[in-house]
Structures are given as structure tokens and as C-alpha cells.
Design a protein around this ligand. Structure first.
Ligand SMILES: CC(=O)[C@@H](O)[C@H](O)COP(=O)(O)O
Ligand SMILES: NCC(=O)COP(=O)(O)O
Length: 249
């Protein structure tokens, strides 16, 4: 199995706190630099169409200042793709987006949106971005991601994490198997496999033992933990949990 899992730290919710009061503090770009110093392998930021957390100026600064790869999460709209073409982040992750949702619900409908996604992926690839599709761990979207020549898929771990948190063991087991089978299928098709959404120390440790995954993107839990133990310590504990999970395999 591939050795060390990469940890991408999502700093969206530092911006959520900043925006609650207006002004400039806390600065998500400062959090990104701190995360890199604490061992993050990359930084993820989601520029939502409604700019509820990360804003354009944050993306500009992240793209200009970061010394580790930037993963720009975005809806597949002309506006976002044009911005990625200009900023040229290391990676562009296409996600579904609804204005009314509280957080990302479900994976991208790559089967239904094949015609719209193909040119979006081509434009991002031409700009030099490593394109990733944020999808459910099901055969149809994984096969379509391969057909669309997206080199990376990020499997949505939200349903599994919710089931674990609710103590629903049967649903959690079935969601875990769906993720494991999805990772195996995606790897067999030559896709690089990432995972993210709702992961905490426990779920990250358990998922790290599953073959196929090479990167986790984790934000909300880490920023919440940072309130209590600091961002550096939270990232250190997450790194340890992921390493323990992988070593246990
Ligand atoms: C796409 C995804 O799962 C997350 O990265 C998301 O961007 C987190 O931000 P929200 O909490 O705004 O959904
Ligand atoms: N793509 C998932 C991500 O970046 C972080 O999601 P979360 O940990 O904030 O739920």
C-alpha cells in the first residue's frame, strides 16, 4: 500500500469566523501558513459562489504566497474556471454547490453533467491544474470520472462520518464498505483517490487503513479543534491518527 497519506488542511472556516464580524481577523491566509509550518501537505480552500467564507482576495493571496500546493475547490462555473485559469492553483476540485445548503450535500452529478463537465475539465487541465472531482463512492460517477479524464477523484465521506457520529452502526458499516469499494475501483481505473468531508481523528484513522487513498482533505473539525488546543497541535494529532491508521494495515 502507498506509504504516507497526504493531509490537505481546509481553512474555509477561519474565514467563516472572520466574516461573522466583518473586518480582517482571523486571517485565513495566516492559518494556511501556520498549517504548512505544522506539516500540512497542502491547503484547500472553497470559493463558494455566495462568498460566505473564502473570498476572492483570499484565493489571490493563497495562490501568490503558499509554499505548498493549493487545492482550489469550486463549482464548475465560467466565473470560477476563469479565476482558476488566472491564478493557476496546483489543483482544482470541482464540487456541487447549492446556495441554500449549509454544507456540501452529496457528490458532483458527473453522469448527468457529463456534457458540461468535459469542457470545464479540459480548460482546467490546459491551465495546468490537477483536476479532481468531488463525488460519491459509487461505480457510475467513478467510471465517468475516468472517462472524462479527470486524474483525481475525492470521495465524499460525509454520509459515513454522519452515520458514525449518530452511532448508526449498520449504516456506518455499509458507508465504510462503499468508500472502500469506491477507492478500489477508482485505483483500478488509474485514478488518484482522495477523501474528505466531516473527517475527525477517529474516522481519519480508520479510513487511513483502507488501501487506495493517497490524500485526505480536512477542515471543519481541525478548525474547531484549534479553538481548544491550537491549530498546530490539532494538525499534529491528525497527522498521528492518519499515520497510525496506515501503519495498522
Ligand atoms: C467540498 C467539501 O466537502 C468541503 O470542502 C467544503 O468546501 C467545506 O466547506 P463548506 O462547509 O462550505 O461546505
Ligand atoms: N473536500 C473536503 C474538505 O476540504 C474539508 O471538508 P470538512 O473537513 O471541512 O468537512
Amino acid at each position: 500500500m502507498a506509504s504516507r497519506l497526504r493531509l490537505g488542511v481546509n481553512i474555509d472556516h477561519v474565514a467563516t469566523v472572520r466574516n461573522a464580524r466583518g473586518g480582517a481577523l482571523p486571517d485565513p491566509v495566516r492559518a494556511a501558513h501556520l498549517a504548512v509550518a505544522a506539516g500540512a501537505d497542502g491547503i484547500t480552500a472553497h470559493l463558494r459562489e455566495d462568498r460566505r467564507h473564502i473570498r476572492d482576495a483570499d484565493m489571490e493571496r493563497l495562490a501568490a504566497e503558499l509554499t505548498r500546493p493549493l487545492n482550489f475547490e469550486m463549482a464548475a462555473t465560467d466565473e470560477m474556471i476563469a479565476l482558476a485559469e488566472r491564478l493557476k492553483p496546483h489543483a482544482a476540485c470541482l464540487v456541487p454547490e447549492k446556495r441554500e445548503e449549509r454544507t456540501t450535500e452529496g457528490g458532483l452529478d458527473v453522469v448527468g453533467q457529463e456534457a458540461a463537465l468535459a469542457p470545464a475539465i479540459a480548460r482546467l487541465r490546459a491551465a495546468g491544474c490537477r483536476v479532481s472531482l468531488f463525488i460519491e463512492a459509487d461505480a457510475a460517477p467513478i467510471q465517468m470520472a475516468a472517462k472524462l479524464r479527470a486524474p483525481v477523484v475525492e470521495l465524499h465521506t460525509g454520509s459515513w462520518c454522519e452515520a458514525v457520529a449518530a452511532g448508526e452502526r449498520d449504516r456506518a458499516d455499509s458507508e465504510f464498505h462503499r468508500l472502500a469499494e469506491g477507492a478500489a475501483l477508482a485505483s483500478s481505473l488509474g485514478l488518484e483517490v482522495h477523501a474528505g468531508h466531516g473527517l475527525d481523528y477517529d474516522t481519519a484513522r480508520r479510513l487511513a487503513a483502507v488501501p487506495g487513498f493517497v490524500e485526505f482533505n480536512i477542515g471543519h473539525f481541525l478548525i474547531g479543534e484549534a479553538i481548544f488546543i491550537g491549530l498546530e497541535a490539532a494538525i499534529g494529532r491528525m497527522r498521528q491518527a492518519m499515520d497510525e491508521g496506515r501503519a495498522a494495515k
